[in-house]
Design a protein around this ligand. Structure first.
Ligand SMILES: [Zn+2]
Length: 338
């Protein structure tokens, strides 16, 4: 089985995103948001069948761990109550996709974060999504300000109430920023990769995983700059008298394979142990074009993983076994879907 641990509902029905625009406009004008639009099962089916489902089939992957559109989370917009209503709407749509296509999609929620608002605020929605919808994880935005980094780093006790709930529910978080509203950053280019790199560094310089030995983070986009600069991080850890990185972080931190060329994927697999790599493509997402050098889609990451000089046992870990371990609720969901 090939589990893609990183997919977003980037093709959601138009009225869903239109409602978001109306919600934010209403908030700015001090009005109540309009009622949420009706979206039929057929509209949801149509948004998936020709998109994510078709690509799963064409590329030979089996199931996608599926979450709301990441750039659309927009935690810098509105306030705590707008974030709550938007997260509820997005997560409900993910639940409906997973209910319509139980063999192809397993849900992960976005959290109703807001810049400067305690992550305690996210606990109720996380509980609802895990207990009522059967979701297996969450996306955690380390920078709800959208590129200004105003909240404390991930190792700060500020975040601990949310981590306590994640540990209790036994769900991991993918560390995933949202849209950049700082013009210095491009959302899916610099901002995403900065977020990944900063999150790793924040974990490294904290006692987070001493305090939460079973907490698990997936750092997407191949870990940002981390694998490429592994020597720098090892050296920094050594200078700070920290334990070696595998001991310090690799029981808790995992990287996905959303690296859109073979040399990058080769480096990831050379530097990071196979036990810490989860297959992912982030389709349909940030990069949608065809690579003229290969003739295949940049985000068709299975083609790169296939070419890695790894044993079939290691590839099995990357494609399936690690995801079952990192998302402890996943095996039961897969079994239920048959
Ligand atoms: Zn993503």
């Amino acid at each position: 089985m090939i589990i893609d641990c990183h997919g977003h509902y980037t093709t959601s029905p138009r009225q869903h995103e239109a409602w978001r625009q109306e919600q934010i406009a209403a908030h700015k004008e001090g009005r109540a948001a309009p009622p949420r639009p009706a979206i039929s099962d057929d509209e949801i089916r149509a948004s998936i069948v020709g998109g994510q489902l078709k690509l799963q089939q064409e590329r030979g992957t089996d199931v996608t761990i599926f979450s709301p559109r990441a750039a659309g989370m927009g935690h810098h917009l509105g306030d705590a109550s707008t974030s709550e209503a938007w997260a509820a709407a997005c997560n409900e749509l993910i639940h409906r996709v997973c209910a319509l296509f139980p063999r192809n999609f397993i849900g992960v929620c976005m959290l109703p974060q807001s810049a400067g608002v305690s992550p305690k605020n996210c606990i109720a929605e996380l509980e609802r999504c895990v207990n009522e919808y059967g979701f297996v994880g969450c996306n955690l935005n380390p920078d709800p300000s959208g590129g200004f980094w105003q909240d404390p780093p991930l190792g700060d006790r500020y975040w601990y109430p949310l981590y306590e709930k994640m540990v209790e529910l036994d769900v991991p978080a993918m560390i995933h920023v949202s849209m950049a509203c700082n013009p210095a950053f491009h959302t899916t280019g610099s901002h995403y990769l900065n977020g990944d790199t900063a999150a790793f560094n924040q974990c490294m310089t904290s006692t987070l995983f001493k305090d939460f030995p079973t907490l698990k983070f997936i750092i997407p986009h191949g870990g940002g700059a981390v694998p490429y600069h592994w020597g720098r991080f090892r050296g920094l850890a050594q200078d700070m008298k920290l334990p070696p990185l595998p001991e310090l972080l690799l029981h808790n931190v995992f990287f996905d394979t959303c690296v859109y060329h073979l040399p990058g994927q080769e480096l990831l697999a050379k530097v990071i142990p196979a036990e810490n790599i989860l297959f992912a493509s982030e389709m349909i997402g940030a990069v949608r074009g065809i690579d003229p050098e290969t003739g295949y889609a940049f985000d068709d990451t299975k083609r790169y993983v296939e070419q890695l000089p790894l044993s079939s046992a290691d590839k099995q870990k990357i494609y399936e076994d690690n995801a079952r371990r990192v998302y402890p609720r996943l095996p039961a969901r897969l079994a239920a879907a048959g």
